[in-house]
Ligand binder design. Sequence first.
Ligand code: PMP
Length: 448
Amino acid sequence: MTDTPRRTGATSEALYARARSVLAGGISHESRYAEAGPKYITRAAGARKWDVDGNEYVDYAMGSASLLLGHAHPDVIAAISEQLPLGTFYAGCHEREVEWGEAVQRLFPCAEQVRFTGTGTEATMLAVRLARAHSGRPKVLRFEGHYHGWHDYALMGSKPPFDTVPSLGVPPGAQASVVVVAPDIDRVDEVLGADPEIGSVICEVSGANYGCVPLPEGFLAGLREIATRREVVLIFDEVITGFRWSPGGLQARDGIVPDLTSLAKILTGGLPGGAVAGREPIMRLLDPAVTSSGLRPGVAHKGTFNASPMVAAAGVAALRHVATGDPQDHADAMASRLRQGMRGILGTHQVPGTVYGDSSTFHVYFGECRDGSVAGIPAARIRGAPKAVVGGIRAGMRSRGVDLMSYMSGVTSWAHGDGDIELTLAAFEDSVRELIGDGLLPLRAGDA
Ligand code: PMP
């Protein structure tokens, strides 16, 4: 398929021109912005998607990592189709939400109780509010470059430079309540010891940006020990790792159990939604039947579309497969083949760099690294490769029928097969060759 001529992007271009005059910035999520203009997608199935100009892509964005089972999985479609004629939304309680919560409870060690939210961002926002309420302390500790959504308490520290909030409009009070540190376990202990106002810690357990910057060995176990000793609420953001690293996320795989967890993406079978799961003494603060500090409930939480029946139906159907571990085993094997193949291509073309990643993720890194290891990449280097190289790889892969998730990274799914991997490796090799020809690779000293 790499030799198949790509059709033009004329229809996408026309749509983007229309979009620019109606949608702010022409888009609905800032990461969908592309200098060359976005591709407009009409259809997706399995590991593939098609744009309005008829171009086909092997997809490694997979619904921003929400589609572990692949696009349009027949059981998820069937569950949605069954629910559809019964009504799309009741703004009331229903059996599916109970079933869905029970599935989460069975899978996640920390999930003594569950509360559904509208998005992953809402999940981390609620988790932080619960943690502040339970600890009675206003500040939250977080790590450089970790992504927890886009609410006022999640932005500080999410992008370099980490001491500056990467958005206008975030009130100083919200900024001041977030303490940002590098993921260094001694530093965490020191900062918690020095600031009695910090009552919670939130961590993207893959490491920043779904593992683009891996955490140091033993870091999460260390964090658990410190949080317990210092009586700080430990929040694992498992929006990406939940259901992917294992059916019960990183916490089930590695046996490190937080106090609260934020979930989304795979949770919903690819529809909008999220959840907070956690220990009962904390989750009890959401119970309107219990008075906390004279308030019922102690912690406010609403959201019109929380656990809507359509989403719950899709979630229940997806989690039935997720619980078996089969989708994860397959997706992990595909990602491993991809990483290995891509590393081989860099070796063949003598381009210093590596391809790494945990579970069903992959990240391309250009630059010198010891023994192919990327441990110790500072968070500031998340977006370290020159823009022309990142853009070149992304555009090169796309023009050869492969769409990455973000930067030079992606995720695999249950639907990816050998043919997809072969096509992707050929597209990667051709793109690398092209960048070598353009003088962009290998990176020169100081570029990385
Ligand atoms: N936390 C993490 C780790 C995420 O990756 C994301 C989304 N990419 C979020 C939170 C926010 O989720 P949402 O986009 O559903 O608001």
